[in-house]
Design a protein around this ligand. Sequence first.
Ligand SMILES: Cc1ncc(COP(=O)(O)O)c(C=O)c1O
Length: 454
Amino acid sequence: MNKKKMNRRRFIGNTAAASVAGVLAGSFPVLAQTKNSGTLAALGGAPVRDKRPWPAWPYTDEELVQSMTETAKSGWWSRIDNRNSSKVARFEREFAPFHDIKYVVATGSGTQAISTAVHALNIECGDEVITSPYTDMGTISGVITSRALPVLADLDPDSFQLDAKDVEKKINNNTRALLPVHMMGAPADIRAFVQMARQHKLLLIEDACQAHLAKIDGKRIGTFGDVGCLSFQSSKVMASGEGGACLTDNEALADTLYTVMNHGSDKRGTHPRIGPKYRMNEFAASLLLSQMRTHLQRHETRNRNGKYLTEKLKGYSGVAPQKLYPGTEECSYYLYAMAFRPEEWKGASRAQFIKAVQAEGIPIGPYIQSGLHKYDWVNFICGLEVYKKMYGEKRLKEYKEQTKHLPACDAVADRMLLIPGSGPLTADQSSMDNIINALAKVWEHRDQLKSIKV
Ligand SMILES: Cc1ncc(COP(=O)(O)O)c(C=O)c1O
């Protein structure tokens, strides 16, 4: 974390150029004299940001509406077979080059994509899969429904990602796969996981549900492992209400993923294995096809804005932006993530800080309130006969103990601050300056935060 004390002059020196109304002269007192900076908006002052709305999400335009109408009128609403004219099949073909991958298999959600990967890689009862506790339940749902054991390792407190060192400690003879999650749309420590998977002969599934188009070491996220999984749920940077995809460069595996996704029926219409029915529907594909035209443009804007915020926040000691691993070139910026640093706020809480910044017109909030290890599913699966038989009482007891202690995850959950990326981070630079100015103003008035009721 950034330990440097905020230095007013340095912070404002970092703060945007002439377009930032409050800091035109490049010194903090000017900000203090503007009409917006006198009193915190949470305490009755005028907010930093005017009534201008933030870009809405999910994205919609005329082409998108037309694409949906076309599908509605076509009468072809479902991907019944693998015909090339299906919008889902077209989406798979056209989306692959975005991620520099050979094969895409569309599914009904990100959860389904991960579950399809787990089935297709024959991960089953008795196997263990190591993953992150700080994620959506969809990461582990497919592992559990295959009756494999999701083993949770702790986080790197600065990147909010799965800690490779703790993962390595949790590998045992039953470990079959690693399932790193690229949180907030930033690449996880994927170099370490690729190497670890090779060394221990493990499968590697990437949960890239939040990390569309992110890139590290010259490669897109989702293309490092055996299978990469994406989500197109409404909040994601490409959205179809619900939707997902498996990515792979392996042709045989792509066929298996298709067959699993398609309740065990392969592309020739025979039934060589079993699987759930996880098809994407034609409406979801229509939404995605029409968004693809402008997807890269929004990705670039989010990256420009995300990097801009991080640059301006250098020297601001009140929050620590998410640490990125060396080699990170692009993030999805699904979320712009920061850790609240309570020691800097004179006893004010994260909730008071959030309320103050929100009142200035900035869409900021906390995130997942606690890691997955805090929930009852742990006791539930340990109580199932099939788990008792396959893993044995000793392992399940140890598992429960291991799963209780994930202190870095607990700290991350308590400190997390997020600005949603899909909409807000596609705004113009003056909006990013609003964010910086709001943070500057709240910092300037930090003595008063404790009086804000939450
Ligand atoms: C990291 C992560 N993994 C998995 C999922 C599950 O994706 P879906 O909601 O599309 O099922 C999500 C969705 O929020 C997610 O953020």
